[in-house]
Design a protein around this ligand. Structure first.
Ligand code: FAQ
Length: 346
């Protein structure tokens, strides 16, 4: 936030005045300065400038970002599980190599996002602890099972497709580190979406059994994919404030509608149908109308009652425990490198 930082610097009495880690201006600055920081922050957001980690920001803005970025990071690493389930059973070496690369990409997305969250003064250990103890969420979509190979295609086409629709606007998020992480994530998600589409196309054009398998996967993943965008706008607790802060650029319903409009012609090209008898073009609105989403199912999944919630969390905690030796080794190696570098400087 170059210009905003300049606004801030003009009002700052010294480098400590912003309380960079806590987001709370130094109490010595007094109420007037807090109000001035708030005005500078509001002006920077209104001018579409980026907020950077060392800039002053309201506590609630920081907390909202930590909540959303953590949930996003957790989704990326939990999201590795449903597809990893098929790596050993991929039908060819080519498909196996592609799927392994894709699942690794998701781990990488988790790393970018945990790093972005850490710039807000939180730690990765704390975030993972909150995930493991159920105090932070991950996306509802990853609580559904991958029953057949076609599910890998449906996840790529629909789940990654929904993720891109949601995340492209996040490249313009007001918080710099999150926005920059999203640029790279979106490029990779775009590849993921295409591999899913291509996989489904091969199945759809294959034997009748393969075509039926592709259709069944789309039937099961369509509605949960629409739920990924979050509750309807009138039930979305955070949207209004997040949009005012330009963390979110569009409402949940706007992005859901955009996704439906993108998917309809793609489904036609795939030779597959979307499982919604109410789906039809509305000339007046210039969009597709679609049927009612089962929000009871969505809230139940969020409460932990989805088909795979327990399995996902058990597997996540186990992976974390089994990875303890890797974290310890990496920390010991980093400490050794630091000592060596220190000795070199001495
Ligand atoms: N699942 O007030 P809103 C991916 C919660 S990445 C679970 O509307 P907000 C890549 C929400 O947290 C997928 N919880 O909330 C991949 C809040 O609860 P809280 C993840 C949900 O934040 C592909 C409450 O409901 N993407 O798939 C969901 O303004 C393939 C009220 O909701 C992101 O995280 C949900 N679907 O809007 C990986 C994108 N929806 O926190 C592997 C970034 C809502 O008060 C394989 N996040 N909730 O307890 C966002 O854009 C937003 O956070 C929304 C929700 C749009 C998800």
């Amino acid at each position: 936030m170059a210009t905003a930082a300049a606004h801030h610097t003009a009002q700052q009495t010294g480098p400590q005045a912003y309380g960079a880690q806590s987001g709370v201006p130094d109490t010595a600055c007094g109420t007037d300065d807090t109000a001035a920081y708030q005005r500078a922050f509001d002006a920077a957001v209104a001018a579409d400038e980026r907020v950077e980690p060392r800039d002053w920001m309201p506590d609630a803005y920081r907390a909202t970002l930590v909540r959303q970025i953590a949930q996003h990071a957790h989704s990326e690493i939990i999201g590795m599980q449903p597809e990893a389930n098929w790596i050993t059973r991929a039908p060819s070496l080519r498909r196996k190599a592609i799927l392994m690369a894709k699942v690794q990409d998701e781990a990488g997305h988790g790393l970018y996002l945990y790093s972005a969250a850490e710039t807000l003064g939180t730690s990765r250990e704390d975030l993972l602890d909150k995930l493991h103890t159920g105090r932070q969420k991950y996306s509802s979509i990853f609580n559904y099972p991958t029953l057949t190979w076609a599910d890998v295609g449906a996840i790529g086409w629909l789940v990654d497709g929904a993720a891109i629709t949601n995340q492209v606007p996040l490249c313009r998020c007001s918080y710099g580190p999150y926005a920059r992480a999203m640029v790279r994530v979106c490029k990779e998600e775009s590849f993921h979406q295409r591999q899913g589409y291509e996989l489904l196309l091969a199945l759809s054009r294959g034997t009748p059994e393969q075509h039926a398998m592709a259709q069944d996967a789309v039937d099961r993943w369509w509605w949960p994919s629409l739920m990924m965008f979050g509750p309807p706008d009138d039930e979305s607790a955070h949207s209004a404030q997040s949009m005012a802060w330009k963390i979110k650029r569009h409402s949940n319903d706007e992005l859901r509608q955009r996704f439906v409009d993108i998917c309809v012609p793609q489904a036609e090209s795939l030779g597959l149908t979307l499982p919604d008898p109410d789906l039809k073009w509305n000339e007046e609105r210039g969009h597709h109308d679609f049927g009612a989403i089962d929000w009871t199912e969505f809230w139940e999944v969020l409460k932990g009652n989805g088909p795979c919630n327990e399995q996902r969390m058990t597997q996540r905690r186990r992976a974390h425990d089994e990875g303890a030796w890797v974290r310890e080794s990496a920390a010991a190696y980093a400490a050794k490198r630091n000592d060596e570098a220190g000795a070199g400087r001495g």
